[in-house]
Design a protein around this ligand. Structure first.
Ligand SMILES: NC(=O)c1ccc[n+]([C@@H]2O[C@H](COP(=O)([O-])OP(=O)(O)OC[C@H]3O[C@@H](n4cnc5c(N)ncnc54)[C@H](OP(=O)(O)O)[C@@H]3O)[C@@H](O)[C@H]2O)c1
Length: 278
């Protein structure tokens, strides 16, 4: 790894799945990784796990991306320890399943609060530091669902569409400040995500139940049989190794192909294919 942007990385949601695998990969390559979890504590210094063959480490710190106060504390902690934050990976996220009609406004907000507003809170806390440094790299973890909305995952898809849109705008805003912005779009990946999925309360006794169950079962099967997080880590590493990272990188060959083909096929055809899948 070339350390183009520096060696201090902050990864939200590093206790599991993609965030954890990314943290481990970067620490092995000599990065100083601050990973976050809602279950971590600032006090536990022994959580600093120096890897055997490099000066890199992973230190887990507490963070709830839904809390302004928690975000400020976590970012200040890293800045005070290191004096700079070179790479921010906004990875924390989860999914809610349910039809649009069955999802309450509170459930929809909870989905956006983590996936979209959580990313926004992190950006607002870290960007003043990166602007002062005159450099930095932001990687937002989106989803293929942020390109192709999935039935019964509408609020999840919408939250990732919102991340996609904000990321594109942010990239243009930060160009004059030397800060690079990119996003990675994982397809179905075998992580803790499937077990963490929440279901809209009204989905259980719903007129949609037959379709909802079929769709979510198929989605969960695809996630559980999907590749491990290493496929996403590979794309994140590619972004970190690039002076001029692309706007978006999709992970996995079939998803890359699907995203590419979206440009050439009419929306009706795309919806037909997604409906067949889910
Ligand atoms: N797996 C997939 O198929 C897939 C596909 C496309 C996109 N993605 C995206 O990839 C990202 C990582 O997901 P994953 O698959 O690795 O799932 P995961 O194994 O469930 O990991 C999710 C991570 O997010 C953290 N998190 C959740 N809510 C949080 C909050 N409010 N504040 C802070 N941290 C929070 C969790 O940490 P704690 O619970 O310890 O706080 C955990 O470390 C997510 O943004 C997800 O949308 C996943």
């Amino acid at each position: 790894m070339k350390k183009i942007y520096g060696d201090v990385v902050l990864i939200t949601g590093a206790s599991s799945g993609i965030g954890k695998a990314t943290a481990e990969f970067l620490a092995k390559h000599g990065y100083k990784v601050y990973g976050t979890s809602r279950k971590a504590y600032f006090e536990t210094e022994e959580q600093v796990a120096a890897t055997s063959d490099s000066s890199g480490f992973i230190k887990m710190i507490p963070l709830d991306v839904c809390s302004d106060d928690s975000v400020k504390k976590a970012v200040s902690y890293v800045y005070e320890k290191e004096g700079h934050i070179d790479i921010l990976i906004n990875n924390a996220g989860f999914g809610i399943a349910g039809s649009v009609e069955d999802t309450s406004p509170e459930e929809a907000f909870a989905q956006f609060n983590t996936n979209f507003f959580g990313t926004h809170r992190m950006l607002r806390a870290v960007l003043p530091i990166m602007r002062k440094q005159g450099k930095g790299l932001i990687i937002n973890v989106s989803s293929v669902a942020g390109v192709f909305p999935i039935p019964f995952q509408s609020m999840y898809s919408a939250s990732k569409y919102a991340v996609e849109s904000m990321t594109e705008a942010l990239r243009m805003e930060l160009k004059p400040f030397g800060i690079k912005v990119s996003m990675v779009e994982p397809g179905d990946t075998r992580t803790g995500f499937t077990d963490q999925r929440l279901y809209a309360k009204d989905a259980q006794n719903s007129v949609y139940k037959k379709y909802f169950t079929k769709s979510v079962t198929s989605m969960e099967k695809s996630e559980r049989n999907g590749p491990g997080p290493h496929v996403v880590v590979k794309e994140i590493a590619r972004i970190i190794n690039s002076k001029n990272p692309p706007i978006r990188v999709t992970s996995g060959f079939s998803y890359k192909l699907f995203v590419f083909l979206k440009r050439f096929f009419p929306p009706r055809f795309i919806q037909f294919v997604i409906s067949k899948m889910y």
